[in-house]
Write a protein that binds this ligand. Structure first.
Ligand SMILES: [Zn+2]
Length: 321
């Protein structure tokens, strides 16, 4: 069982504790200048004055900086304490947390919480994805549909035309290594070429691929050893040949989207996928604690910024309450 977030931790209430916590994550070997890279005695603490605590001065390039420079926290008017609380809540909520709920818990307007959540998701994005699978490893691949439009859907999974639960869906293709990681992709269209490119870019050689028996996924898996179950004749498990792992992952994602976000825009789908992939990959079953997961998400904000503004064109269509 996942332990609850310890909300009494001073990093959620005390700005100095939060800053020290972030400095420890950003600078495990002491502060360095984010502009020119010098460290050690070339960096001086700026004492007191109008700057407040947390400011440093570079003796080489003569610039002033804090640990937040070059991260999503730079130039943010939201205190670090609230950033950490939001990150911990998102990391510890298995079924995700809506921007409305986040806003209520942080005492911030919905739009601010929505914007923060997207920045936090950016920190969850894996910037250096290493190949999954390899010799002796099994990876399940499958597609599913969430939100969005029906026209991009593979013919075999297309629902009735017009209104109904099957319209307005976007295709998602994912790979899950058994007892390992997941990687989800929002694809423009489900076709063999698109899926094959993703398979080849993400899997190490000699991976055994398990899929269902449709032509598209079979084409995508070419060049790998494959096992397939034929869902169309009611076959779901044959020994090790099944896609239960990925189906269960998709179920969690869909429950999150339906139960928490209700609707997410096509424009931002990949960010929500990032969030669910991250929580799965840093899950309790792999001995990752809530606190370690949150620390990893905080580390992920280093070197990342989101520059788009809140407003009419930002696609805020998370219609939960
Ligand atoms: Zn410098």
């Amino acid at each position: 069982m996942s332990r609850p977030v310890d909300l009494t931790n001073p990093i959620f209430t005390d700005i100095d504790a939060a800053r020290t916590h972030f400095e420890g994550i950003r600078w495990p070997n002491g502060p360095y200048c984010p502009y020119c890279g010098v460290t050690g005695d070339r960096v001086a603490v700026l004492g007191g004055g109008s700057m407040g605590p947390g400011w440093y001065h570079c003796k080489d390039c003569r610039k002033k900086f804090t640990a937040a420079v070059g991260t999503i926290y730079e130039r943010s008017h939201i205190p670090l304490t609230k950033w950490f609380l939001a990150t911990h809540l998102m990391c510890a909520s298995k079924k995700a947390m809506s921007a409305h709920q986040l806003g209520r818990m942080l005492g911030l307007p919905y739009k601010t919480a929505w914007f923060m959540a997207h920045r936090i998701r950016e920190g969850m994005r894996d910037m250096n994805p290493t190949p999954m699978g390899g010799e002796g490893k099994t990876v399940e691949i499958d597609e599913t549909y969430v939100g969005g439009r029906q026209k991009n859907r593979h013919a075999s999974k297309r629902g009735p035309k017009g209104r109904g639960p099957m319209v307005d869906k976007e295709p998602v293709f994912a790979l899950v290594e058994r007892a390992g990681r997941v990687r989800s992709h929002h694809v423009a269209e489900v076709n063999g070429a698109n899926l094959r490119e993703i398979v080849r870019a993400n899997l190490a050689g000699k991976t055994v691929i398990y899929s269902d028996e449709n032509h598209t996924t079979q084409y995508a898996a070419r060049g790998f050893q494959t096992e397939a179950v034929n869902h169309s004749i009611g076959e779901y498990v044959r020994g090790d040949a099944h896609t239960n792992t990925i189906e269960s992952y998709f179920a969690t994602f869909k429950r999150g989207v339906m139960g928490t976000y209700h609707h997410i825009s096509q424009q931002h789908l990949k960010r929500y996928l990032c969030e669910f992939d991250f929580r799965y990959n840093e899950r309790t079953a792999l001995d990752v604690t809530d606190s370690e997961r949150a620390t990893k998400a905080v580390k992920g904000v280093i070197g990342k910024r989101l520059t788009y503004q809140c407003g009419a064109n930002s696609g805020q269509t998370e219609t939960s309450h």
